[in-house]
Design a protein around this ligand. Sequence first.
Ligand SMILES: *Cc1c(COP(=O)(O)O)cnc(C)c1O
Length: 392
Amino acid sequence: MKCGSGIEARQVNEVSINVDPIQAGGRLTVDAMKAVIAYGDGYSVCDNCRKPNRLDYISKPPIAEFHKDLAQWLNMDSARVVPGARRGFQAVCHTYVKQGDPVLLTSLSHYTEFLAIEDSGGIACEIPVDKKYIVTADETAKKIEEVKKQFGRPPVLLFIDHVDYQFGNVHDVEGITKVAHQYDIPVLYNGAYTVGILPVDGKKIGADFVVGSGHKSMAAPAPSGVVAATSERANEVFRTTAITGDVTGRKFGIKETELMGCTLMGVTLVGMMASFPHVEERVKHFDRELENNRIVLEALLSIEGTKVLSEYPRKHTLTRIDTTNSFDKVAQNHKKRGFFFSSALTEKGIAGIIPGATRVWKFNTYGITTKQANYLAQVFIDIARENNLKIS
Ligand SMILES: *Cc1c(COP(=O)(O)O)cnc(C)c1O
């Protein structure tokens, strides 16, 4: 099937088990796929937009209700939808970070946090990880003191990724937030790998902001995401426009400046809304996802020379693995070199592992069934056996 000239219909999740780290939590539900078809037109959610014209006031489809549900679900006071977690970072940075201001993030922070800081003229100050690649409250306190010495004032904002994208490790967000608040530093909880995957309680964490990614972790089309805030912070980040046209005297009502008025106007938002009831339900069953991850990881670890680089036992399904002393040894003498591994995986119906990678790579078992987990485990063992690696 073709979608017009030169565009093939994409078939990945239909024909393979996809363990791509960034794609696992974003696969659409059937309801989201229906929404995509029904709301594909531009500005399609605006049919029933009435005064005071703003996206989060629209009641048909129930967008206003969705905003309330999102805030409540994250245990925060208000929520807005944004085109990706990164646009949430940007809105928060624009509000608090001025030229030359120090901003804290971590040695495992995502690049979009750096770019958001850069865009506001801030200076990125990384909290180092400990020996186990975990960000701790102690290291946070040390870094804040260092920054104070260097800049003569504390950082103006702190980013903390609850689960980082490199190891899928879980960091001490509650402890870190407590330390930050002792210095009155607002905390942005980055839930790109948690919101929509496991339960997130913003108040319990003490976060000023909770940011999530629709297309990474909420089974929503891209670009979509959420930024939720406490009521105090909501007044700051979701402030409304005050500008006036000098010739016409026009004002723009309650449009929110950081959000450029309205954000997700069609398929992204309605897709996110259509998946939401499924997402609310699935976060309650993260234990099953960890069990599937364990099945796959134990098979990998039974291959002699294979190491897991993520914390172990796993607390998240995104996992970093080192096969330098197993699959990479095979690659040294194989006629396909490093591509022997990815081509064997492809042949067996596995997608999402970087082609050519045989040393350090990542996979994410989120969303696969137990049957698929067992199959995937067997695939790794079979590829190892076929290439004369020892299995213990
Ligand atoms: C993927 C990711 C992001 C970016 O999310 P978008 O919704 O694509 O903007 C930010 N932070 C982390 C930790 C991520 O893994």
